[in-house]
Design a protein around this ligand. Structure first.
Ligand SMILES: [Zn+2]
Length: 389
């Protein structure tokens, strides 16, 4: 059986910047096939694993996607990572641009993979300090100062590498003390691992809702969240959860409003989060004595929760976050227990869902009938009853 550690090693080590998710998608498909009844891929490349309501998993390789009347719970994590992309090759040195939001100051001296016609190991080089002017030494390096060396002649590099090829960090997971881990792409593969763990925990339970586990493309490349938007539109769930990472306290960032690593997953609250969903999730954590923290967002959570909330007729949306230090670097750092905690919280929530919960989300909090509409409805019902007599 794969442990959480193995799973994080595997998914952190997979390569897939936004728009280039093929390799990580293949891994997700393989895991979803073990854990869900049906696996589908959206036109944009997000993966949907459907676990049907009822008993435990059926072994039938079914395509009965529309066979269920059960309410739908969507739980998603984006599977893309921030990366780099080749722009040009000059004298054998590869120039590049960012995919997603980088601090270029963390890039010099990193090991990378250049995913050309072959996957080539490379290093990000820069000019040695000896040749810099006093003025240059005072300034941080920018992307224009950096280049990748794959050790090839210009001609050979041009044969194997083309503008538009993906570049990702080469970084194995580093085990730290206290079951902490550091590595690349924990944003958001830690959540992909939590999503798989969530599905594992549901394997032998009877569920009243269909579970739609989704690994989404295209979160890091822009603020458009198109993977999450289109998958949510396809599924039209009664309730959706986004799983993502959030800034944890660290040296230089000890705002007490921020969560801490190792203290449990965060339950987000604020305008982007449906109040009933927040409350139910918090109650679930309390009832099961699961350690958790609360994160607060006045507006946009800058996660897929933002887009899912406004998809279709609007989807009641919640957000569960894993605290992470040094976000968008090669040494993103977290506690394994927070991944486990996020999975436990969501599986406890999913196991407790019943048909009345679906009605409550639709009826009481969505249609919000005015007093007059209610009165009219009562009159109509009375009239109908009279007619039937
Ligand atoms: Zn991110």
């Amino acid at each position: 059986m794969t442990t959480l550690t193995d799973s994080l090693d595997k998914f952190s080590g997979a390569h897939g910047a936004s728009g280039y998710e093929d390799a990580v998608r293949a891994l997700v498909v393989r895991e979803f096939q073990k854990l869900t009844d049906t696996v589908e891929i959206t036109p944009l490349g997000s993966v949907i694993g459907i676990k049907r309501a009822g008993g435990t998993r059926t072994r039938r390789p079914s395509r009965r996607a529309s066979a269920s009347n059960a309410p739908r719970l969507l739980v998603e994590a984006h599977m893309d990572e921030i990366g780099l992309v080749v722009t040009e090759i000059r004298d054998g040195f590869i120039r590049f641009e960012e995919i997603g939001y980088w601090d270029p100051r963390v890039l010099p001296s990193q090991n990378v993979w250049v995913h050309g016609r072959k996957t080539l190991p490379g290093v990000i080089g820069s000019r040695p300090p000896h040749v810099l002017t006093a003025k240059e030494r005072k300034h941080a390096l920018t992307l224009d100062d950096l280049f990748i060396d794959v050790g090839m002649t210009d001609a050979r590099a041009r044969e194997l590498v083309s503008p538009g090829d993906m570049i990702t960090l080469d970084r194995a997971v580093i085990p730290l003390q206290n079951e902490m881990r550091a590595g690349k792409a924990f944003d958001n593969r830690a959540s992909v691992v939590a999503l798989l763990e969530f599905l594992k925990q549901l394997q032998n339970s009877a569920l009243a809702w269909d579970i739609y586990a989704v690994a989404n493309v295209n979160e890091e490349d822009s603020a458009l969240y198109v993977g999450a938007q289109t998958a949510a539109y396809a599924i039209q769930p009664q309730l959706a959860f986004c799983l993502d990472v959030t800034h944890a306290q660290q040296a230089g960032l000890n705002d007490e409003a921020l969560p801490q690593t190792g203290q449990g997953p965060c339950i987000a609250r604020g305008a982007n989060i449906h109040p009933v969903v927040f409350e139910k999730l918090r109650q679930t954590a309390q009832r099961h004595a699961l350690s958790h923290q609360i994160t607060v967002y006045g507006g946009n959570t800058e996660t897929n929760a933002w887009m899912m909330q406004t998809t279709g007729n609007g989807i009641p949306t919640g957000l569960v976050e894993i605290p992470l230090r040094y976000m968008h670097s090669a040494v993103e750092t977290l506690a394994l227990s927070d991944i486990q905690g996020a999975a436990q919280l969501l599986s406890a929530f999913a196991m407790n869902l019943n048909a009345a919960d679906a009605r409550a989300l639709q009826g009481e909090t969505f249609t919000r009938e005015t007093a007059r509409q209610k009165r009219d409805a009562r009159k109509n019902a009375a009239r109908r009853a009279q007619r039937q007599r």
